[in-house]
Design a protein around this ligand. Structure first.
Ligand code: CO8
Length: 260
């Protein structure tokens, strides 16, 4: 029987934070078409919910995700992959406006590493292992790994990882700028939720514009990125929340952001 979305992902709301946990533990969260469909659909729903101001995307303790489902890749043809637009749907994650925190414990490999890199902040357990081992299967990263990993860790390490399949420890990933925080093994999910709650407490319009502006740093030349940032700044300044935030500082009180 085909598992439903509710079996493949656990979706929960913790105040203004949405939590999506991938749930194919026996296959180390190998990203089958169905699992990715479930992830994308859950994330899009949370993104459309105006009450939600940050989202955590996680896996289990043993694996965030060990890559695309190798059985499916072996059974499919290049044309079925192309026709199904399997990889294209990953792009929709980049279009989400709500800040996304990846909670990574254990294996974060291949498509799993590419999925984590689609998120805005990666919080990793000390146990986390990051890698792009596709070369061992006779292929290469196909969902952004050659591009995003290179931008995150630089050419030398990206070449090393992608050409040899070497995995990075969480500490190495932190040193190289792939992840934002490394926490004790048992704290990976709680810390990711804590970071998400911290983001959710900020002015949401400013947070979303800031996320968009940072992403521009990877898409545009510097001058165009600076121009984008300036307009985003003016737009944020026009929000009610900016009026509230600035006034609250002057009045020495905590701001009450409304998301307007
Ligand atoms: N796909 C399918 N099943 C998997 C995958 C996977 N990626 N990874 C692990 N599993 C399954 C294993 O087959 C095993 O199943 P079973 O118990 O039925 O035999 C179960 O998960 C547990 O795995 P292991 O017994 O192998 O556990 P170990 O602790 O010994 O090893 C490893 C863990 C090192 C993670 C090992 O499982 C491994 O090497 N996995 C494959 C990692 C990999 O090569 N990932 C890259 C996949 S290709 C890819 O991601 C391309 C992305 C392209 C874009 C997206 C296209 C849609």
């Amino acid at each position: 029987m085909t598992p439903g979305r509710d079996e493949l992902v656990r979706v929960d709301c913790d105040g203004r934070v949405g939590v999506v946990l991938m749930n194919r533990p026996k296959q180390l969260n190998a990203l089958s078409g169905e699992l990715m469909g479930a992830v994308v659909s859950a994330l899009r729903e949370l993104d459309a919910d105006s009450e939600i101001r940050a989202i955590v995307l996680g896996g289990g303790e043993r694996a965030f995700a060990a890559g695309a489902d190798i059985g499916e890749l072996a059974a499919g043809t290049p044309i079925s992959l192309y026709e199904s637009r399997r990889i294209d749907q990953w792009d929709t994650i980049r279009d989400l406006r709500t800040p996304l925190v990846a909670a990574v414990s254990g294996f974060c490999l291949g498509g799993g590493c590419e999925l984590a890199m689609l998120c805005d902040v990666i919080v990793a357990s000390e146990s986390a292992k990051f890698g792009q081992p596709e070369i061992n299967l006779g292929v290469l990263p196909g969902a952004g790994g050659t591009q995003r990993l290179t931008r995150a860790v630089g050419k030398a390490v990206a070449m090393d990882m992608i050409l040899t399949g070497r995995m990075l420890s969480a500490r190495e990933a932190l040193g190289l700028g792939l992840v934002a925080r490394v926490v004790a093994k048992e704290a990976w999910l709680d810390e990711a939720k804590r970071v998400a709650r911290e983001i959710a407490a900020k002015a949401p319009v400013a947070a979303r514009l800031a996320k968009e502006a940072i992403d521009q740093a990877f898409e545009t030349p510097l001058a165009a990125g600076i121009a984008f940032e300036r307009r985003a700044f003016y737009l944020a300044r026009a929000s009610e929340d900016a009026g509230e935030g600035l006034q609250a500082f002057v009045e020495k009180r905590a701001p009450d952001f409304k998301g307007r």
